[in-house]
Design a protein around this ligand. Structure first.
Ligand code: SF4
Ligand code: SF4
Length: 134
């Protein structure tokens, strides 16, 4: 996260882009942390959902490189609990789109181990390809 509070035009442009892609108004987040407390996957994330929201508010583009945006399972636990009516899963989806639209994939289809290909349900593979590749 930025160590100072100077918000540049680039920071503002990034915030506007994520607001536009997600349909959310991220500046409404009050950083209560309820989304992070209830997220079933937070232990696997490198940034909590509340941190993700804060980094977007600050226009910190590093959040688009985080593991968190790919780990979010769009389970909507945070969505139903947020006191500000925000949907962090849509913000994670917008951040994934930034990568996928540049053809930056999160998984390499050619390098899934053969043993995993044999046991993974086909629907899981199709879902992973849709969510994690551009
Ligand atoms: S629950 Fe809502 S208001 Fe609270 S930190 Fe998460 S997104 Fe922000
Ligand atoms: S939608 Fe994503 S961020 Fe929200 S609780 Fe579920 S996994 Fe966590």
């Amino acid at each position: 996260m930025p160590t100072n509070t100077v918000i540049t035009a680039a920071n503002e442009a990034f915030l506007r882009r994520i607001n536009e892609l997600s349909g959310e108004k991220v500046t409404r987040c009050e950083q209560c942390g309820i989304c992070s407390a209830g997220c079933p996957l937070v232990a696997e994330m490198d940034r909590t959902p509340a941190e993700m929201m804060r980094m977007v508010q600050l226009g910190d583009e590093d959040i688009a490189k985080s593991k968190t945006i790919w780990i979010c399972a769009s389970c909507f636990t945070c969505t139903v609990k947020c006191p500000r009516g925000l949907d962090p899963s849509k913000v994670a989806e917008a951040l994934r789109q930034l990568n996928l639209r540049k053809a930056v994939d999160y998984i390499d289809l050619m390098n899934i181990p053969k043993e995993e290909m044999e046991i993974l349900p086909q629907i899981a593979l199709v879902s992973a390809f849709r969510k994690l590749t551009g």
